[in-house]
Design a protein around this ligand. Structure first.
Ligand SMILES: [Zn+2]
Ligand SMILES: [Zn+2]
Length: 775
């Protein structure tokens, strides 16, 4: 054969579960070379045989033309003599490689540039077609029923390929070769527009009708990839107000979809990192700083300095913007406490009073999947929600080994579930709040779907320690079905263990600050400093305890918390009445007595509640209408404030060093008489960060631990994160923050899976070692 050769190639980077092997196959066959490709550990390994220039062309293509979701970091090549391979094949993966669970189903992605070009090209058979997809793009996780991943096991099975599509599907050099969701206007799904539950028109006319309805200021439900959105013209405050009224969301920020990056200028500020994230083919919602003060921005995200924005991702969205100029509000279509609707029937039966029309299609959504949400905090990207586009990719399990598979059921709010083996952890899509029958059945479906896709049969079940969570009851049910456990994992330990695990750090002192988590002593934790390892932890410091007069009422009316934190009856009564927490001065006194005597006033150490109380103190938020509202409004107010010096006081509580929160709030209240509310807000955040950071550094030094972490919902706060990092790095310690896993409760299932894996691994090792130090 003259100058033939064999190149053995290793590709490292993000190359698994992203369509890389089919791409290698296509490229090799296209170039006429033989050999194979397979996943090996965290890398992709391939061999190419053929004329030297053809093999070199393939190797160059690996570096330069990788599919959109792949990131090629390095391509190493060993040249050798040909072995005589006669064809090119995709081989099974090396099973023992420890490079993560081999999930054969990739995540959903937005339409790729090549497919969008087809949609825009009048000469293309896909011209104008909203549902075209190729091997690099389109729905995946949301349409797959079972593995192996093949069209017959997806909801695309209902659309047999036409002759032309089949030919492309069977042509190795075509972009649609073995693209399971490929479709064209002749054979693929169709669109329809519905009014009052009945289809009134189809195809492009359906898009035109939906566009006209949106331009007319009405609310339309639009079926996307993972579910329905409620959509309206974002720049029309009247329709946004009507959406708020009809959905009972008086102040919750709505995400927007804008037609292009250019159209975002003047609306929100973004740097190059944020631009890259917005244009990532997975198309998450990105929380950006508002660029202007305008009435429509204030209607969409009231009293906040941020706006959630995304670019069109489904072909359908791009086509919709042919008929409406945007920006559009795009918020999940669900009733409070229920998961997002995935069928037009569900929209009409549940949201009939909300929507004026429905733009739907007939491609069934097998697995509901909400949009992912990302915020850049202190220069780094954080998942507010890790869902569409990232599910079902694998996260690390540093415990490793042959631990028996764990099913972790998550917490109650913002839940996800996770499946873990020694190879890695697969985290589900966002499941929302698991507090009703519909949410519970979604939770069960998500577990089943994930087990099916990963082919993992869990042996141990893990859950939160909270005895009253529905997810805890679910864990008991799985245990009754024969799974070991439930392994009850303390909420903040799950946060901390997850942070350590994603970075492969076995031990760290972790500041875990959030709203609520059930403590080992039965009180409400949330401002904790933990000396954390994978299997266990020690609570070494944090915020001093205070009370929540009225229990959950104190969460809805944050001024109630002031009654516990602030020993200034006059001011407390005033704030209680002014904010509407109580109706009269007499009632205010009752709240103070509740706090004093501890009657119907659970004990808490929650950082979220302290921020809420300060928010009520400075007048940033009277009443919480959605999760995190008081703290987010405080953060927005603080951006225009200046931090003033404040001396902090510490004391001991139950053997721990804690920040004296009543002393802090008293100082802030005094400062309010001479400084602006914005300054007090900024000072409060800085003080909380400095206090927790100082205590964490002290604990780390005392214990000889070199790393301090920060996680929990408060870790979304940019100012607090920056200040904490300063305190930690100034002390010469390493600082860890969540990168791959949400710091909020969406990351809890991951942490639970790690803790349960570590405990199982410890138990397995115990008989072999007579002196187990335990922990
Ligand atoms: Zn494509
Ligand atoms: Zn076709």
């Amino acid at each position: 054969m003259g100058d033939t050769c064999r190149a053995t190639v290793r590709v490292t980077g993000t190359v698994q579960g992203v369509g890389f092997r089919p791409f290698v196959y296509r490229t090799a066959v296209d170039a006429g070379v033989t050999g194979h490709v397979r996943n090996a550990g965290e890398t992709v390994e391939a061999a190419f045989e053929g004329p030297r220039d053809a093999v070199e062309r393939v190797v160059t293509a690996l570096r330069n033309d990788a599919p959109p979701l792949a990131t090629v970091e390095r391509v190493s090549v060993d040249w050798g003599d040909p072995l005589g391979d006669e064809a090119f094949e995709i081989r099974d993966s090396e099973a023992d490689a420890g490079g993560g669970i081999d999930v054969p189903v990739p995540p959903d992605t937005g339409i790729c540039d090549a497919c969008l070009d087809d949609v825009r090209d009048p000469a293309s058979p896909y011209h104008g077609y909203w549902a075209t997809a190729c091997v690099d793009c389109g729905p995946r996780f949301t349409v797959v029923r079972d593995v192996p991943y093949d069209r017959t096991r997806t909801s695309m099975a209902a659309f047999p390929l036409c002759a032309d599509c089949r030919e492309r599907y069977e042509t190795p050099t075509d972009r649609r070769y073995h693209a399971q969701t490929t479709a064209c206007p002749d054979c693929g799904p169709t669109l329809r527009y519905e009014v009052d539950g009945r289809s009134v028109t189809t195809g492009s006319e359906a898009l035109r009708r939906a566009g006209a309805a949106l331009s007319d200021g009405t609310i339309v439900a639009v079926k996307g990839i993972g579910g329905f959105h409620l959509v309206c013209d974002a720049t029309d405050p009247d329709v946004v107000a009507s959406l708020r009224e009809r959905t009972g969301r008086p102040a919750k920020p709505f995400a927007c979809m804008v037609p292009s990056l250019d159209s975002l200028r003047g609306v929100a500020a973004f740097d190059s990192t944020e631009a890259d994230t917005l244009t990532d083919v997975r198309r998450p919602i990105v929380l950006l700083e508002k660029a202007a003060d305008s009435s429509w921005l204030d209607a969409v995200a009231p009293a906040l300095d941020t706006l959630g924005v995304m670019l069109p991702y489904a072909g359908l969205h791009h086509r919709l913007f042919d008929y409406v100029s945007g920006p559009l509000v795009m918020t999940s279509a669900n009733r409070p406490g229920e998961p997002m609707c995935t069928t037009a029937d569900a929209v009409w039966s549940r949201l009939d009073a909300v929507v004026d029309g429905v733009l739907a299609h007939d491609r069934e959504i097998v697995a509901r999947c909400d949009d992912s949400v990302i915020r850049v905090v202190d220069g780094d990207e954080r998942f507010v929600r890790r869902s569409r586009g990232w599910t079902p990719t694998t996260l690390p399990n540093p415990v490793g080994g042959d631990v028996s598979p764990v099913l972790a059921l998550g917490p109650e709010r913002d839940a996800t579930v996770a499946l873990a083996t020694g190879e890695g952890v697969v985290l589900s899509q966002h499941l929302g709040d698991i507090d009703g029958p519909d949410a519970r059945s979604f939770h069960r479906d998500a577990v089943d779907h994930l087990c099916t896709l990963t082919d993992i049969e869990p042996r141990t079940v893990a859950c939160d320690r909270h005895p009253e969570f529905l997810t805890t009851a679910e864990a008991d049910r799985y245990a009754a079905d024969g799974l070991a456990g439930p392994v009850a994992v303390q909420h903040h330990h799950a946060h901390a263990a997850g942070l350590c695990a994603e970075h492969g750090v076995e031990r760290a002192v972790v500041v875990t600050a959030d709203g609520t988590g059930y403590g080992t002593d039965g009180t409400v934790w949330g401002g904790e400093i933990l000396d954390a390892r994978y299997a266990d932890f020690e609570r070494v410091g944090g915020l001093g305890p205070f009370s929540l007069p009225g229990g959950t009422a104190a969460i809805e009316h944050p001024a109630r918390v002031l009654a516990s934190l602030l020993d200034s009856p006059e001011l407390v009564d005033e704030r209680l009445v002014e904010t509407g927490a109580v109706g009269s001065r007499a009632a205010a006194e009752t709240v103070r007595q509740q706090a004093e005597k501890g009657v119907n006033a659970p004990t808490a150490t929650s950082a979220g509640r302290v921020l809420d109380a300060v928010s009520a103190l400075v007048g940033a938020c009277d009443r919480r209408t959605y999760e995190g509202e008081p703290a987010q409004r405080l953060e927005a107010l603080a951006t225009s404030g200046t931090v003033h010096p404040l001396s902090l006081q510490y004391r001991r509580a139950n053997g721990r060093r804690v920040l004296d929160t009543p002393a802090l709030v008293a100082d802030l209240a005094e400062m309010l008489s001479s400084q602006s509310a914005a300054d007090v807000a900024a000072t409060a955040q800085a003080a909380l960060a400095r206090g927790l950071g100082t205590l964490a550094v002290e604990a780390a030094r005392e214990r000889g631990v070199g790393t301090v972490g920060f996680t929990g919902g408060v870790a979304y706060n940019d100012a607090i994160t920056r200040r904490l990092r300063e305190v930690v790095t100034d002390a010469g310690l390493a600082f860890l923050t969540p990168a791959a896993v949400p710091p909020g409760d969406g990351g809890i299932a991951y942490g639970q899976a790690i803790v349960a894996s570590a405990r199982a691994s410890g138990e397995r090792k115990r008989p072999a070692s007579s002196e187990d130090p335990g922990g």
